[in-house]
Structure formats: C-alpha cells, structure tokens
Design a protein around this ligand. Structure first.
Ligand code: ZN
Length: 347
C-alpha cells in the first residue's frame, strides 16, 4: 500500500475483545465440565450493560456453545487455537504465525462460528464503532484516498460509508470478522473488483506468502525506471516497466491482490501520458524556456513539484513518469529532447 493506517484507529476494538474473552471463558468452563454462567453474566463485567439486550448475539453465542459441546476435547482445543491464531493478525500477516482456516475445523462448528462473528461485525455499525474507526483514519490521512491503489478518493465521514474490507476474509477467518485490526477501509473498486474474497495469505498455487499490515509501518513506492518513453514498435507509445519498491514479498502480494500493474498501465499511464506532457509543456512555457539548458531546469523543477504533490491527483505516477523523462534527457536521448523542445520553445 502507499501509506499505512494509524494503529490508534483500532482503539475502539472493545467488542472484539469482549467476545474473545467471553469465548475463552466458554472454552475454559467446558474443559472443566462446569456449568456456564447464563446470559448476560457470561459477558465480562465492563461490557455487560452495553450488550445485555443484544439478543441476536446471545442467540448466536448459544448456538456456538451448543456446537462446541458436541465436540471432543481435542476438537475444542483446535477450535480455540484457531480462534487465537486468526486474531494474531500482525504476526500472521508477516508470516511469523501459522493460521488455520475455518475449513480445517469440524463442520458442525463452522457455521455457528461464522454466524456469531458476522453478528458481532453487524453490531460494529449500530454501536458506532465503525464510524469512529473510519473517522480516525480519514482525519489522519493527508491524501484521503484508497492506499491500496492511490486512485480512488475516500468520501468524508457522514457520506455513505466506504467499503470496510475484511483483510483476512470472513469466509475463511471468521474469528477475526469483528476485529478492527482486520477491518480496512478500501475503495470500492479495490474491494469488489480486485481483492474480493481472495485469501491474502495464500498464492493461487496454495503457497503461504507474506502480506503487508495495513496498520503497520511498511509501505511502498512505484518506480517506472526502465520504461522506454518512446517505445517500439511505433516509437511513440511508451513501453512501461512498473516496479514496486522496495521489492519485498509483501509488495508482490499487494501488486497481485489488486492487479496494480495492469490497472496503472491500462487506466492511468496509457491514457494520460500525452496529457501529462502537454501539462508540462504549458508549465515550461510559463517559465520562459528558450533553449535546452532552461528546458532541463524546468523539467527538474517539474519533477520536484510532482514529488511534493505526493499521492494527490495521481502525482505518484506522474512523478515516476517524469523521473524517467528527466533521466532520458540527462542521457541526451535525442528523441526526448526533440519532443520536449517541440512542445515548449520550438513550437
Ligand atoms: Zn483502491
């Protein structure tokens, strides 16, 4: 991704922790063959008042508990381990923790687990936890756009809600379905057209891979170095080389999940590079460019401006493109110098 979300956006994660603690108690009491406290006494004290009238949650918890009672001690232990591992999200994403999917558990517990946590996810809206989570992210973001593509702008809080992606999909990792560390605001295109319900932890070939943590400190930049700006076969259309830097495994996962090379090439670079050159031409004429030396100065200045724009208005791609142009100019690429002089001082 192009920037990270602030970890403090997850400060309101109490519903997830409350449910996790409740389930730990359920597992403990069943292991000890004790009678379970009735609803709402099963809920930890500090959250009981907020949840005691949430009858949907009560009913789903009852169904889950009954399903657990039908399992052997060893099977219940596996369920508990899966519950824990699916929520050690930071360690799971960076590959330091193994994580089982729900389909590795006995069939009778799968739907009750999904229903329980889907119900809890629904409560995040009515308890205004999702809105508060999004507000923190929106406020702290300079660019206010989807960090997974850099192309989709986020609407302000109060507008119809942006998509909240279950980063580890709830179909396979339901125990993390209401965990804010697993919920990431995402542009609608990234969420529904590209990532969908893909499992970020696994390649298409079923190999475990590393995934960047949206709330971590690792983000990436785009480089077009290696691009031939006036490429074959027509000598006009650029031949793009798109790289995601630094070239860690997490960058490859990100690129694959969101099909970014294709999208950048097809939806931004191919349709816009000529317009970008025209914009530069207008800029350079304002700078009174009259020869190759002043043209080069204007180009270097334009590159600095594009870099300063950061993620705004796709400047991270424009900046990468003009870095290539400047590089070619400095290498005395006659075609590039000729092209730029024609659109600036030699019209
Ligand atoms: Zn996006």
């Amino acid at each position: 991704m192009l920037y990270n979300y602030p970890p403090e956006a997850t400060n309101g994660n109490w519903l997830h922790w409350c449910l996790a603690q409740t389930l730990m108690q359920v597992h403990r009491e069943l292991d000890l063959k004790k009678t379970l406290p009735k609803w709402p006494l099963i809920i930890p004290d500090e959250y009981r008042e907020k949840l005691k009238l949430k009858h949907g949650l009560r009913d789903k918890l009852k169904t889950y508990t009954n399903a657990l009672k039908g399992l052997s001690d060893a099977e219940r232990q596996r369920v508990l381990e899966t519950l824990v591992s699916q929520n050690q999200i930071r360690r799971v994403l960076c590959g330091r923790r193994s994580c089982k999917r729900i389909d590795s558990l006995p069939e009778t517990i799968r739907e009750p687990a999904k229903d329980l946590f889907t119900c809890a996810f629904g409560l995040l809206t009515s308890l205004e936890i999702r809105d508060s989570h999004y507000q923190t992210i929106y406020k702290r973001s300079d660019a206010k756009l989807c960090p997974f593509c850099g192309l989709e702008y986020f609407d302000a809080p109060g507008a119809p809600r942006e998509d909240d992606d279950h980063y580890l999909p709830k179909s396979q990792y339901p125990f993390a379905a209401a965990n804010l560390w697993n919920l990431v605001p995402m542009g609608h295109k990234c969420n529904s057209r590209y990532k969908g319900t893909a499992d970020p932890l696994m390649t298409g070939g079923g190999i475990r891979r590393k995934v960047l943590n949206p709330y971590g400190a690792q983000c990436f930049t785009i480089s077009l170095i290696g691009t031939v700006p006036l490429g074959p076969p027509d000598g006009i259309t650029p031949s793009w080389q798109i790289a995601f830097l630094p070239s860690f495994e997490e960058a490859t996962t990100w690129e694959e999940l969101f099909d970014l090379s294709t999208r950048y090439r097809r939806d931004v670079l191919d349709p816009h590079w000529q317009k970008w050159l025209e914009e530069f031409g207008a800029f350079a004429r304002e700078k009174d460019v009259t020869d190759e030396a002043s043209l080069r100065d204007a180009l270097a200045s334009y590159c600095r401006i594009m870099r300063a724009w950061g993620l705004s208005d796709r400047a991270f791609l424009k900046s990468a493109y003009f870095d290539v142009i400047l590089d070619e100019f400095n290498k005395q690429n006659g075609h590039i110098i000729g092209l730029l002089s024609r659109i600036t001082y030699d019209r």
